[in-house]
Design a protein around this ligand. Structure first.
Ligand code: IMP
Ligand code: MG
Length: 179
């Protein structure tokens, strides 16, 4: 597996430090609010589990699964699995692995707004602003790392469902895509 990785973009130690920082900020803001962390599967899985373990106060968790009709990020989005928690009047924190073209997070945000949360906060581990498609005005409230336009894998993120289990974030060798 690792022979297909060109370079490590964000190391395990850097991820650990950033998660601690972000969870600390969220804790200051939400410690007395019993927030609901909502993750968008599957890519957020590792970031999500690391974040909630650093959040040292009462909270709940839930998950959504969304997909695009065309199988690409350009397509229309649909909810494959919705949250089961009643979010009315709750403080909701969306955790996301990467804010890329913005379609997924924008869709998730609008969807969760319809459930009338008391507040809706967006925290993304990675942001690739150069990839944003026109019309996306949503800005994450908290961002771990702003990265260039490179395709990354690991720490939950995949290429063809592979590499999610790498403990760091890496850049794939170009020839891996071009097969
Ligand atoms: P968006 O709708 O284009 O913002 O896409 C967001 C989703 O696409 C993320 O939640 C990831 O699952 C996936 N994605 C975008 N860029 C990458 C990448 O560089 N590596 C792995 N997955 C990515
Ligand atoms: Mg995702």
């Amino acid at each position: 597996m690792e022979e297909n990785i060109q370079r490590v973009l964000i190391s395990e130690a850097e991820l650990r430090a950033k998660v601690q920082e972000l969870a600390g900020i969220l804790q200051q803001r939400f410690a007395d609010k019993n927030p609901v962390f909502v993750g968008v599967l599957k890519g957020v899985l590792i970031f999500f589990s690391d974040m909630i373990r650093q959040f040292d106060a009462q909270c709940q968790i839930d998950f959504m699964w969304i997909s695009s009709y065309n199988g690409t990020t350009a397509g229309e989005m649909t909810v494959k699995k919705d949250v089961s928690t009643d979010l009315e009047g709750r403080h909701v924190i969306i955790l996301e692995d990467i804010f890329d073209t913005g379609g997924s997070l924008d869709f998730t945000y609008r969807h969760l707004l319809t459930k009338h949360p008391a507040s809706l906060t967006v925290c993304t581990l990675l942001d690739k602003p150069s990839r944003r498609k026109p019309g996306i005005t949503l800005q994450p409230d908290y961002t771990g790392f702003v990265i260039d336009n490179v395709f990354v894998v690991g720490y939950g993120m995949d290429y063809n469902e592979q590499y999610r289990n790498l403990p760091y974030i890496g850049v794939l060798k170009p020839e891996v895509y071009q097969q």
